[in-house]
Design a protein around this ligand. Structure first.
Ligand SMILES: Nc1ncnc2c1ncn2[C@@H]1O[C@H](COP(=O)(O)OP(=O)(O)O)[C@@H](O)[C@H]1O
Ligand SMILES: [Mg+2]
Length: 495
């Protein structure tokens, strides 16, 4: 009976049609030819033939593994459902109405086929089926969880997540690589792209703002690799970071002042070390009357101020045209009368333009970059500029850095998964050909406790006045800065 069109299911005439290329789950094949008077709407889906029938069940959660019976029933119901509706039409409805439609049909199928099921089981199955048809299949429960930072799918059989800084294997599996490929395709088609052998790398964004990267065979050898950096709706604040111990109270106070008094800041750190989070935190202390322009590869920052223009880069299209790079954005920005320019991630020649902007009256500009220490951040900027084809002598580039960058904040993800701010460092000047820096706050790692948790504290390095002291005074923050520096100093002495 599996795969046959159920007779008498009639509650949803408007959706009734033979599905086109299966937008979601592979239906059973062979399928009957389309009824002549029913619209078959094609969605942007892979043109490859539908994969062969197979049990649809694949979500095995650690919490409560389901019985084989459940999966058998589900795949039977699923097959019947796919036969009964036009999935592409369904996708046009909003989630609630689509769910209602599916609920109606599924209950009718269950009734017609005399399936014995409790209401609770029926609800579970309905959820599962909706996830497969409307959402991202087995990934759906992971995407719904707020505590997950990243989801990493390495082929159909292995899905990892990052929770509280630690990577763990989940029991989520896809039926096979073609189901995974379908999910990838569904994600990227939402932003008008596609992945296949001819364009096997793709960046996309989920409707909730999560960033997605897909790389598929032949480049990914063991099946499609899907990486999702989950978008956190409630972005962390500096006060929360203080609670987590990422920075001390006094350190946070200094960062707030740095954000407010228009220091030019670079935030440096490894992947997933919390750079973007920190940048977002710092922007909270920008005054409401400043005109801010943000440039990002995928809009992640959430500025609270009223006067913000958000810009996003664009990758080239299939023909290799239409690319808008970060450098294009930053340069254009300069013609938009910004007061502050915020660059999500500096990775190439835009470094030069950002430094120029910082240097020419756009104080308080900020950006993040990938480096493991403040010193490395400086040499990375230098090489970005050199590699960008600017034929400037190293000394000139360094002078430019010294006159534009005020502070480098270093973020790190430590062995135990915790994220800390390890340095707040000032760029002081040049001695000969060398840039001189000075740490204002450093994280002094002492030991690990029995659970492998890294212990340590944020200490001052005993400097009297940072270079941005005058700036703080100008903005009326001198006494606050002095108090924060004192607090830092005292803590260092008592500890
Ligand atoms: N100090 C912190 N403590 C706990 N979690 C953090 C902290 N900073 C960032 N995170 C979380 O870590 C993940 C990665 O942060 P993100 O700022 O995007 O990193 P990056 O930009 O360096 O790649 C996010 O889910 C974020 O919420
Ligand atoms: Mg980031």
């Amino acid at each position: 009976m599996f795969g046959k069109r159920p007779t008498g299911v009639s509650s949803t005439q408007k959706l009734r049609a033979v599905p086109s290329a299966p937008a979601t789950e592979p239906a059973t094949a062979p399928r009957p030819s389309p009824a002549p008077n029913l619209a078959v709407v094609k969605r942007d889906e892979p043109s490859s033939p539908p994969p062969p029938p197979a049990p649809v069940a694949q979500l095995i959660t650690t919490e409560q593994p389901r019985s084989d019976d459940y999966y058998q029933t589900k795949s039977m119901v699923f097959g019947a459902l796919i036969e009964a509706i036009d999935v592409s039409q369904l996708a046009k409805l909003d989630t609630e109405s689509a769910r209602e439609e599916i609920r109606d049909i599924v209950s009718e199928i269950i009734r017609l086929k005399n399936v014995m099921m409790s209401i609770a089981e029926q609800e579970d199955m309905l959820d599962d089926i909706c996830n497969d048809v409307l959402g991202y299949g087995p990934l759906e429960p992971l995407l719904a969880r707020d505590d997950i930072a990243d989801v990493m799918v390495n082929g159909a059989q292995k899905t990892y997540i990052e929770v509280s800084g630690k990577i763990q294997l989940t029991s989520v599996r896809f039926r096979d690589n073609s189901q995974l490929m379908n999910v990838c395709q569904r994600i990227v088609s939402q932003v008008g792209r596609r992945v296949d052998e001819s364009s096997p790398i793709c960046d996309a964004r989920l409707p909730d703002g999560s960033r997605v990267n897909v790389i598929v065979p032949p480049l990914a050898i063991d099946g499609p690799a899907l990486t999702i950096r989950k978008f956190k709706k409630d972005k962390l604040t500096l006060d929360q970071l203080t609670k987590f111990g990422s920075i001390s109270q006094a350190g946070a106070e200094i960062l707030k002042i740095i954000g407010r008094v228009r220091c030019n800041v670079l935030i440096s750190g490894g992947t997933g070390s919390g750079k973007t989070t920190l940048l977002n935190c710092l922007t909270r202390y920008i005054d409401d009357d400043e005109r801010i322009i943000t440039c990002e590869d995928a809009a992640e920052l959430q500025l609270q101020q009223p006067h913000v223009v958000r810009l996003e880069t664009r990758p080239p299209n299939l023909e290799g045209q239409g690319q808008v790079t970060m450098r294009d954005l930053v340069r254009n920005c300069l013609r938009m009368r910004p007061e502050r320019i915020i660059v999500g991630e500096v990775r190439g020649p835009e470094a030069f333009d950002l430094l120029q902007a910082m240097n020419t009256g756009h104080d308080g500009s900020m950006g993040t970059l990938h480096a493991n220490s403040p010193r490395e951040a400086l040499s990375r900027i230098e090489s970005m500029i050199t590699m960008g084809g600017f034929s400037l002598p190293p000394r000139t580039i360094r002078e430019m850095m010294v006159s534009s960058i005020d502070v480098i904040v270093q973020a790190a993800r430590l062995r135990d998964g915790s994220r800390r701010i390890t340095h707040v460092t000032e760029v002081m000047g040049m001695e000969g050909d060398v840039i001189i820096t000075q740490d204002i706050v450093v994280f002094d790692m002492s030991t690990e406790d029995a659970n492998g948790k890294v212990m340590g504290r944020h200490v001052s390095t005993g400097i009297g006045r940072p270079r941005f002291w005058e700036r703080a005074r100008y903005f009326g923050e001198a006494s606050r800065l002095a108090a924060a520096l004192d607090a830092l100093e005292q803590k260092a002495q008592t500890a």
